[in-house]
Design a protein around this ligand. Sequence first.
Ligand code: SF4
Length: 394
Amino acid sequence: MIAKGKIVVPNNLNKRSNIVGIGKGLRTKINASIGTSSDIIDIDAEIKKARAAEESGADTLMELSVGGDLDKIRQEIISATNLPVGNVPLYQAFCEANKRYHDPNKLTEEMLFELIERQCEDGISFMAIHCGINRYTIERLKRQGYRHGGLVSKGGSFMVGWMLANDKENPLYERFDRVVEILKRYDVVLSLGNGLRAGAIHDSSDRAQIQELIINCELAEIGQEMGCQMMVEGPGHVPLDEIEANIILQKRMSNEAPYYMLGPIASDVTAGYDHISAAIGAANSARYGADLICYITPAEHLALPNEEDVRIGVKTAKVAVHIGDMNKYKERFRGWDKDMSVARRDLDWDRQFSIAMFGDEARKTRESRVPLADNTCTMCGSFCALSNANKYFM
Ligand code: SF4
């Protein structure tokens, strides 16, 4: 499956990180993204967030800092976690160009490729690189008119700006062979970034987005043939009824390259609860074939996530992908729920806590409201339906 490009294994060549397979036939994996912003720069807080993501059950971590000493932050995060760490090189590239020339559009191609190599050397395991934005994609965007939700990918919007300001093709597209050669040399997974992902339900599946998806799928095939591990990313905000079609297109056009989906967030009005909106999208994504899901936290669209947001985001995504996997792989994933049902029927509380996805938290809730009878709970007390029915059937 790895040789055929249907599974990738992001790996840190400098140290032993967790072995995480992403792709066909495997459990849907969860990514947690952390990182500083230009407004909040606190390396210790980011290290705590990385550890919180790992403790909560994330499979991979993306280090997406744009504020502070970016080389130092990346190196410290990589050494603080056992998770494979991914990143987006364009962030640091535009930050460095801005620092050096006071203009991100003065970024040079050499700076960009040197930076990608430097990040690979540090032990980055997968990179989201915006290779699929080219002049043709931007033309589609211009012709259809600007979007309801604007452009929401940081790397995507800066790259579009660079191309328009310099009147040049995207070097990551034009010199795609060079990108692949660097990542292949370090065995880093190339995740084709979704720079034109929809930031609004009303922009989903528009011509610009699908155009970029077509190009990314084409590049995934070229990269696979060159011997690099490839993933495709997508698609941003998407209503539930478009998720299946989006995944069918991606799988069909990329020869089933692993699909890394950001949720999707399935509504635009749920700020504060966007992790729930994304979880509903993620359950559907996993069900229809997504392979890696990026979590969304309660702070989405509002603020830089804190440690608690990270924990909530990862756990919510875990719930979502389990529900999706129960439908993607029926036999393999429903046994866990069956065991829990039986423990519940039998009012075997210790067994329930040992089986539950978040058993410690479940135990704390029960212990915070102690029932009068040991075998029931305070929800129904002496009216416990199970306790009553078990007398007749067990
Ligand atoms: S008391 Fe009610 S909620 Fe609690 S175990 Fe019995 S039936 Fe279930």
